[in-house]
Design a protein around this ligand. Structure first.
Ligand code: 13P
Length: 251
């Protein structure tokens, strides 16, 4: 049985006081024991304060990116150990905005995934096709390629803390979510690829979450699909009520 995971990717939003305000409200709503696993990813500057506020709650903390290097002369970069020091248990890697705006390659994403998992961080590994790739019938090829290269040479033992987020690029921030049928088709495909590579036990236990214009209204139907195990939420995670509505829409 896979536990539903609802994660909020705040992107470049919220000051430290705004972060604390939102998280106080959210922690009050979620309470000590949520049936869904709840993860929030504020910006780097607010992680440490968020980590302190969330300690002792059931809400877990994620970073939105991480260096593939452990330490050293890498101006502007942040390591896995630094994220853990700030209170993170999770990190989001391979987001399409990192891929398209900052030229993150599958190879770099793979290195980051390896370093994160080796350091004890859990990983939300994002992948998904663009509108033109979908229109050209390339969705499965793109997703398969991102999986193969992003997880290349990683030991299956290391991947127990991996979650895959299917985020079709055309659905991110557009208000145009994938239909339950479209999302389920790709989630099923991802699971079948996991099965081919790592076996059925691994494939059945790995969570595959959906991201792209998720709201409580559309997620209710998306979550009914057998291979959709949660959501990676952008815009709707910036407000305690709308994020909490998504959490409760499935529990
Ligand atoms: P939106 O929910 O704003 O479309 O963003 C999705 C996303 O990119 C989450 O990582």
């Amino acid at each position: 049985m896979r536990k539903i995971l609802i994660a909020g990717n705040w992107k470049m939003h919220k000051s430290i006081p705004e972060t604390l305000e939102l998280l106080s409200l959210l922690a009050g709503k979620v309470g000590a024991a949520s049936p869904a696993e709840v993860v929030v990813a504020p910006p780097f500057t607010a992680l440490s304060a968020a980590g302190k506020l969330l300690s002792g709650t059931s809400i877990l903390l994620a970073a939105q990116n991480m260096s593939q290097n452990p330490e050293g002369a890498f101006t502007g970069e942040i390591s896995a150990a630094m994220l853990m020091d700030a209170g993170c248990q999770w990190v989001i890697l391979g987001h399409s905005e990192r891929r398209s705006l900052y030229d993150e390659t599958n190879g770099v994403i793979c290195q980051k995934i390896k370093v994160a998992l080796e350091n004890g961080l859990k990983v939300i590994f994002c992948l998904g096709e663009t509108a033109s790739q979908r229109a050209g019938g390339k969705t499965q090829d793109v997703v398969r390629g991102q999986m193969e290269l992003g997880l290349r040479n990683l030991d299956v033992g290391l991947l127990a803390s991996l979650v895959i987020a299917y985020e079709p690029v055309w659905a991110i921030g557009t208000g145009k979510n994938a239909t339950p049928h479209q999302a389920q088709e790709v989630h099923r495909f991802i699971r079948s690829e996991l099965e081919k590579k790592y076996g059925s036990e691994f494939a059945e236990s790995t969570r595959i979450i959906y991201g792209g214009s998720v709201t409580s209204e559309n997620f209710q139907n998306l979550s009914l699909e057998p291979d959709i195990d949660g959501a990676l939420v952008g815009g709707a995670s910036l407000d305690a009520d709308s994020f909490y509505d998504i959490i409760t829409s499935v529990t």
